[in-house]
Ligand binder design. Sequence first.
Ligand code: GLN
Length: 503
Amino acid sequence: MSDILKLTAADLAAQLRAGELSSVEATQAHLDRIAAVDGDVHAFLHVSDHAIEVAQDIDRRRAAGEELGELAGVPLAIKDVLVTTDMPSTSGSKILEGYMSPYDATVVARSRAAGLVPLGKTNMDEFAMGSSTEHSAYGPTRNPWDLDRIPGGSGGGSAAAVAAFEAPLALGSDTGGSIRQPAHVTGTVGMKPTYGGVSRYGAIALASSLDQVGPVSRTVLDSALLHDVIGGHDPHDATSLTDAWPSFAAAAREGATGEVLKGLKVGVIRELDDSGFQAGVSESFRASLAAMEAAGAEIVEVSAPHFEYGVAAYYLILPAEASSNLAKFDSVRFGMRVNVPGGTVEDVMAATRDAGFGDEVKRRVILGTYALSAGYYDAYYGSAQKVRTLIQRDFDQAFAQVDVIATPSAPTTAFRLGEQLDDPLQMYLNDVTTIPVNLAGVPGISIPSGLAAEDGLPVGIQFVAPARKDARLYRVGAALEALLVDSWGGPILDRAPILGGAR
Ligand code: GLN
């Protein structure tokens, strides 16, 4: 494997700036890597035809002395939920097969403007519904740590691309855990920003009150660098915050010194019942807490009694919003149309949606339509919104006592393909610790905390901060990362079998 591939985005950017490497060389190395391993991993749904052209342009502009962004020339993988003008955008669904958007998502436009080089579009569960990428209409992505296992979901493609060194950076979206849970099972870093911190314009909507776009990377600093590029106010997104954000990269660099851990109050949730969690996940979590404590942090028990109702509330709120968002796939305005000779327009819509949507999408549209129906609205959707408020209050009260809250990022390591496919409820429970964070609109990050003793697979730890305190997560995440990488004698992905090449 080329040495270029092993560079972090920050180091790659530094070499590009210093003229030690060209963007064309860096981009070609990643395209070669994709050609070598993506037949096995299937992280990509589409690989860009003009990545080299874009890289040439960056190299030319750099040579001409133009002032370029910090990540200029660095390749980027883009989750297929984000619309792009030069590549199809399917959101993992047959109904959007081949769909070309007339505009770029704001995060894509900002990445291009910063000189990042789009490599392609990554695989995902259809319309971002799932925790394994097995609900993709285009076949599953496989976990680079073990090709028989899932890479998480819905953003399994972005996480697997980064873990398999097919891309140094990726964009993801997180409605209930789709950035953080894939990060957990692939040994990568994933950040869900504060709701409204990153534009959703051009992110194909799943549940608009929960969706957030965010970065995926191999180090905390790399996520921070990408967040600096994509974040900030966007007039195209009505829920976009107008805050002036601090530099997240500066926060990550400062955090790496470890100073932040001295006196840091880390909350653990008393009511989070981890008796059903895999032993190695809980052990790794406790070991990370102990490492932080030894470095000067204080571990404080906090109460969040409604945290455990997060999944139940989410599976009313999400399907309700999704059923409404997906109504636009009506065979008229976007994508696929199945003609019904002699049929009415309703017949055409029904036939198109029947053929174009997969089982999980249909399940949620039915659930959401039912939950919103006149007779049940108060009992289901209304109650779920009340629970959402209680969860938000739990977080508010906890953050009056602590700086961050820590949880395991998911209950188990990567499970086998097919293992949970026939059990939707089991699949939903993968997000038990990530979903409450979306319901509260607060930021959360998952960073690798080690390998589970029983299967040698990656485990992540999640940190949660109050709304708008995203920089704190980069500071704390970088501090723990520095401690752990030091104790491991190198990055966790050095131990992944994929480094030896495709299996
Ligand atoms: N796994 C969760 C779901 O299926 C979260 C998905 C997401 O964050 N997009 O809804």
